[in-house]
Design a protein around this ligand. Structure first.
Ligand SMILES: Nc1ncnc2c1ncn2[C@@H]1O[C@H](COP(=O)(O)OP(=O)(O)OP(=O)(O)O)[C@@H](O)[C@H]1O
Ligand SMILES: [Mg+2]
Length: 453
């Protein structure tokens, strides 16, 4: 909006100088001219002031429009109040969330904008702001237009005039509903993932249990079947002996008794009794050993840490892992016989089973498969190495081996948990487990455990 700076009419002086308007008295004429000149100056000044005023007004209007535009574009809620907490100004973001237009808010206590549960907290903002520091990232909710609370992260700062005096407060709230919903969705997904992971861990446990049970069944079947066979033979022998003894105490002639002894093969029977009983005893002992192994495996998973002979545990674990293996793998083991370690023998045995099982899997298809297990005491640690002559580990996989669920085996053949669980167990024993491809080929897993002090 511009104005023409030249006055639309001729000046007073010009009018005075117009023909036909000349005064009669020359003295009075001079005074008159001076007055008119003065008035002319004042008039020109007035016009200048008006122009300047209109320019300022225009700038003010533009600044106002600019501020309104910015406030309207803000996605954060803005509430400006006086020192009494009465609303002076709000923006469009507030209107979008609460449905209240600025003119409906002006003059109302600001706390009325908040939901019932946040109101008392909001009412304390002025006092809090005066006594301590500005309110920062306070979680409150507005009363939403649809009646539901709208969560905001609220900041509240003092509003000062140009002399630094407190004239009210400025509240700025960032809607966190979306963020919170995303956070809750993330939480839910995390919980589901954890549950799924637990299920997988559980099914891995069940699978190892299944493998163990299959091994145990196979192992028990042998001694039990020959104890069973022996018992049948013993029962047969018992019946024959009974018949023979009855004949001895009966009224049979010595010849008839001798004949009966031959017929019943009593002498052979007496010879056979000893190996039968010994065989059964051996079978029973083997069953007892297997049960002992199992007891050690299951009972030492919890409870206090106990010292155990490491070589025995490694050998037992290896034996168990190889039970169901049909390929012929040359397994050698060279372990220090008297090394004791304190911890959970069952867990260490489980680690050994995992490592040997992995080696067996890796050796499938390798000509002349070999697994060398060796142990040495180095410093305060006992170091057990499992070295196979399989294909080794692709270098790009080396750093992923101990990650949970990392597997290169087909679905259903490996969960990828074996090494990660083993790693955790060994760390809990104060030791370490590492993998490498040694220069002479294959894969090498090194297990370090602290010696019993
Ligand atoms: N001796 C080895 N030689 C070559 N690769 C190996 C050897 N041992 C482990 N790996 C690799 O490490 C991966 C992870 O082993 P891990 O024992 O954690 O899981 P998995 O054997 O695949 O499954 P799970 O143990 O649950 O049956 C294996 O899939 C295999 O690729
Ligand atoms: Mg494995």
């Amino acid at each position: 909006m511009t104005r023409d700076k030249t006055p639309p009419n001729p000046s007073l002086l010009d009018q005075v100088a117009m023909p036909g308007l000349a005064p009669h008295d020359p003295g009075a004429e001079t005074a008159w001219v001076e007055v008119v000149q003065k008035m002319d100056e004042i008039y020109a000044d007035l016009v200048r002031y008006q122009v300047a005023l209109e320019e300022k007004n225009l700038a003010l209007e533009q600044a106002h429009a600019f501020i309104n535009g910015v406030l309207g574009a803000m996605s954060d809620v803005l509430i400006v109040c006086d020192t009494e907490g009465r609303i002076l100004e709000t923006n469009r973001a507030l209107e979008r969330l609460t449905g209240l237009r600025p003119e409906q808010c002006t003059g109302r206590p600001f706390a009325e904008l908040f939901s019932a549960e946040s109101r008392s907290l909001a009412e304390r903002f002025p006092e809090h702001m005066r006594s301590t520091a500005p309110v920062q990232d306070c979680e409150v909710s507005l009363a939403g237009g649809d009646g539901r609370p709208v969560p905001l992260s609220m900041n509240c700062s003092p509003h000062l005039d140009h002399r630094g005096r407190l004239i009210g407060m400025v509240l700025i709230g960032r809607p966190v509903g979306e963020l919170r919903r995303a956070y809750e969705a993330l939480n839910r997904a995390h919980a589901e993932l954890k549950e799924a992971q637990q299920q997988v861990v559980q099914s891995e446990k069940m699978a190892s249990l299944g493998r163990l049970v299959a091994g145990v069944a196979h192992e028990l079947n042998n001694p039990i079947s020959f104890i069973y066979g022996n018992m049948h033979a013993l029962e047969r022998y018992r019946r024959k002996l009974e018949t023979y003894l009855r004949a001895l105490h009966g009224d049979k002639t010595p010849d008839a008794r001798a004949q009966l002894r031959r017929d019943l093969r009593i002498d052979h029977l007496l010879e056979d009794l000893k190996p039968l009983v010994e065989g059964s005893l051996e079978g029973a002992e083997r069953v007892r050993d297997i049960v002992d192994d199992l007891k050690r495996f299951s009972s030492s998973q919890r409870g206090p840490r106990t010292p155990f002979n490491l070589a025995e545990v490694v050998e037992r674990g290896t034996r168990w892992a190889l039970k169901e293996v049909h390929e012929t793998i040359a397994v050698t083991s060279d372990l220090p016989p008297d090394v004791e370690v304190t911890g959970y023998a069952g867990q260490i045995q489980q680690v050994v089973i995992n490592l040997v099982q992995n080696a067996v899997d890796a050796l499938r298809g390798t000509p002349a498969p070999r697994l060398e297990i060796s142990g040495r005491v180095e410093g305060g640690m006992v170091v057990i190495r499992f070295h196979d002559n399989g294909p080794g580990i692709p270098p790009e996989n080396l750093h992923k081996l101990f990650d949970p669920f990392f597997t290169t085996k087909p679905v259903g053949e490996g969960t990828g948990l074996g090494l990660s669980i083993s790693y955790r167990m060994i760390r809990e024993h104060g030791g370490s487990l590492s993998a490498e491809n040694p220069p002479d080929g294959g894969a090498l897993f090194t297990l370090r455990l602290p010696l019993q002090s």
